[in-house]
Design a protein around this ligand. Structure first.
Ligand code: SAM
Ligand code: SF4
Length: 461
């Protein structure tokens, strides 16, 4: 189907079965050179069942992550604008057929209140999320929402990057969205498997597989350089989905000159009024999920991988090491959830398993040696799309990313952290400056940190 070739995927998976351990080891060694993998090589790793080799894949993924991303981990929060939806995706609580859900589209005043609540927590990067509804989450509404959020201030704090996860649009509407200054536009195909797609999306505009599949092409055509793809794992065989994702990435590289900025890996979670979400047709075990993340890390080393609060805190801590570069924290998936917490269950999109606050997440990950980052420098300096990838590939991004992570983390510690978080955070910052920053950058970072302590904000490279 289109650039998704199911027959080829099936053949690759069939041929890959029983590949020698020597060949698997060769592929792992190639991945360690940060060269990425072909679809065929990806299929071979997906078919690998040997425990020792899988352990090698995990080790290699950890190494690749460390090499490219260092110890930083970007943090964001979703802001749900509307749960009104004309689609009937069988897995989602927002589906039109769900009569149990309390419907809500935030007014501009409510959006402002939610933004203020998130700013007070310390967030700097938001992902706007909305159902698909011509009367509610239309382009006019999204434009107003983005502009308002960027304008909202709490003392010196402002949201510095807004990404959007909403229905695919026409090129002119994407252009309007681009002009509001958004960062990444995310759109998950959910399943690339055509028949499964048709079953899961019985009505509404989302029933059109092709319109969705080419959504990222239209976004790029409209000038949105950073696009985010994803699969909803649990709807169809995960191995086929990963290979289809690779076909999508190859297509974007060919037609737009650059692959996606991020890949999201949501796993199907229980959702109100969705029986399928309680019994996924192709459940993905924790072990398989780890394999998915590790193999993607090896296959497309420079593409960010996003993990949400759909996963539990303990499991997230395990998976992060295998290649995650961005996580959400302190999330709510009901419109208005950050300011009126009592309504959660009846208006939420799905069950969340990581209920820690932003501060708790930050403390936990910094105790694991990670640097939480709120950095938005690349996007604000125009280092997006192909420019970002060109910079990322020789490893230069480390020169910017780590210092910027340290500066934004320090800002968080000064303005928002609890006493315990401050203590462990400051320790990690000192350690990183000593051990991971190039001598050339070290002095400048120390000077910038001093300026932050004196009250300056928003310093970056
Ligand atoms: N309505 C737009 C759409 O469907 O593209 C954008 C927002 S939708 C709320 C965001 C994503 O949530 C979907 O793309 C889907 O992958 C995910 N999602 C829906 N139901 C889910 C569930 N039960 N568990 C986990 N993720 C789910
Ligand atoms: Fe609507 Fe998106 Fe949920 Fe489908 S996944 S019902 S389009 S909000």
């Amino acid at each position: 189907m289109y650039f998704i070739n199911e027959q080829h995927i099936n053949e690759l998976l069939k041929e890959a079965k029983g590949t020698s351990s020597k060949e698997v080891s060769r592929i792992i060694a190639k991945a360690l050179l940060l060269k990425g993998l072909s679809i065929k090589e990806t299929a071979i790793l997906l078919q690998c069942t040997d425990k020792t080799l899988i352990a090698k894949i995990f080790k290699a993924a950890e190494k690749v992550k460390e090499e490219i991303y260092g110890k930083r981990l970007v943090l964001f929060a979703p802001l749900y604008l509307s749960n009104d939806c004309t689609n009937n995706c069988l897995y989602c609580a927002f589906r039109s057929g769900n009569k149990e859900l309390e419907r809500k589209t935030l007014s501009l005043e409510e959006i402002k209140r939610e933004t203020v609540a998130l700013l007070k927590e310390g967030h700097k990067r938001l992902l706007l999320v909305a159902g698909e509804h011509p009367r509610y989450a239309n382009i006019e509404y999204l434009e107003k929402a983005v502009k308002l959020i960027y304008k909202t201030k709490v003392r010196k704090d402002q949201i510095r990057r807004i990404n959007v996860n909403a229905a695919p649009m026409s090129v002119p509407d994407f252009k309007r969205l681009k002009n509001t200054g958004i960062g990444t536009f995310q759109l998950f195909q959910e399943t690339y498997h055509y028949d499964t797609y048709k079953t899961m999306h019985p009505s509404g505009p989302k029933a059109d597989y092709e319109w969705r599949l080419y959504g990222m092409d239209r976004a790029q055509e409209a000038g949105i350089n950073d696009v985010g793809v994803g699969v909803l794992f649990g709807l169809y065989d995960y191995k086929s989905e990963v290979l289809a994702l690779m076909q999508h990435i190859t297509h974007l590289e060919k037609t737009c000159g650059v692959g996606p900025h991020t890949i999201s890996v949501p796993r199907l979670e229980p959702a109100l009024g969705s029986s399928i979400s309680y019994a996924p047709p192709y459940p993905v075990s924790d072990d398989d999920f780890k394999k998915i993340v590790a193999i993607l890390r090896l296959a497309v080393p420079y593409t960010g991988i996003i993990l949400s609060t759909r996963e539990s805190a303990a499991f997230r801590n395990e998976v992060i090491n295998l290649g995650i570069s961005q996580i959400s924290a302190g999330s709510k998936t009901d419109p208005g959830g950050y300011t009126q917490q009592n309504k959660q269950a009846k208006a939420s999109q799905f069950t969340l398993y990581d209920l820690r606050s932003l501060d708790e997440v930050i403390r936990d990950i910094s105790e694991m040696g990670y640097i939480p980052s709120f950095c938005t420098a690349c996007y604000r300096l125009g280092r997006t799309g192909k420019d970002f990838m060109d910079l990322a590939k020789p490893g230069l991004i480390k020169e910017f990313c780590l210092p910027n992570a340290l500066l934004t983390f320090k800002e968080y510690l000064i303005d928002h952290a609890t006493k315990e978080t401050k203590k462990s955070g400051n320790r990690v910052i000192l350690k990183q400056i000593r051990e991971a920053v190039s001598p050339k950058r070290r002095r400048v970072i120390e000077q910038k940190i001093k300026r932050l302590e004196e009250g300056k904000r928003d310093l970056y490279f």
